[in-house]
Design a protein around this ligand. Sequence first.
Ligand SMILES: [Zn+2]
Length: 382
Amino acid sequence: MSLRACRVCQGTDLLHHSTLENFPVFIWPLKTPEISKHPTTNIELYICKMCGHAQLQDFSDEFVSYLYSEGSCLEDERALKTERHQKLSQNLGATFFDHKRVLDVGGGNNPYAMFLPKSEYWISDIAPTPQAKELTPHIVEGPFENAAIPNGYFDVIFSFQSMEHFSRPSDVVSKMAKSLKDDGILVIEVPNFQGLVNKLPYYTLFHQHISIFSVTSLFKIAEKHGFFPHNLLRQDEVILAIFKKSKPQEPVEFQEPTSVEMANRLMNRFKILKTFLEKDQNLIGEIAAYSAGGSMALMLSHYPQLREKVTLCFDIDKRKQGRFLPLTAVPVQDPVHIAKHKAVPFLFLNDTLYDLIVKEYKVKGANVAKMLAEIDHIESEK
Ligand SMILES: [Zn+2]
């Protein structure tokens, strides 16, 4: 499996940085406990030597559709949407979107439309949900690159948490440039490579996220199609930026490591985390996984020996309950059943859940977020 050309600059001078073996194709709980029906493939991480864009190997269009064929239990991204809305309102003004023609590319699952009731809101998505269809009559179903969308029509184009999913993002930005008015704005939000390495390293690389954007590579792909960055509103776990077709008075300043440095740090953090996991007394025998989302499936895929020890799994999300943790025959149960399994130590991925569940059920546990904080400390001392 290889990559023929960079998805941002089309350059062919590519660094093959690393391989993650046998990663689950579906990171949400599956309907069957038969592990042979939990498909896996390797993940190959490439970094373009020309523009620095980090990305996975080539996938066929059939494979990309297959990635979404099992559906996904989308997390409620309300916090993310609220923060986004605050940033955009602060920067553009609270009434900026009123009576504007807005296109939300890839917003069929989690539309932002509820925040902008006074706009003419269009959604382009491969598979919009019935909820999205209730929000607006302007739904264009199918791949955005070929969508029947008027040229030069929109005042605003949004792409929130969608650019990383496209196998040909350059074609997407090219189409955005055609659809946007000359004085329109393009607003893009993507997961930030640097922020993921810091906060959620195990959630950085998976099949659905074909591109791992940095600020540098996001700006490059926009500039290639005639967009100039005007504002960088967030550069933490996500990148949130505003682009226009006109040059800004002052260029947008930012700092970040190179993608190769970020990828090296990511792999190094996995190695150090392994030593933490191996020495944690809670993780010697069987363990219970608290939460069954993509984060847990990926965390356990980085450490298959840890996954083999998981005999129980709990998640508050009813859609996940009764299904099976990827690459295991472990069913996802309602946390009300924890009381029966207090002797088994738990694996947690975040401080909030650790504090809540340990206190409520008096269980023991290992907390990966705490381990990562200690790793930050070790790294900062070097
Ligand atoms: Zn490139």
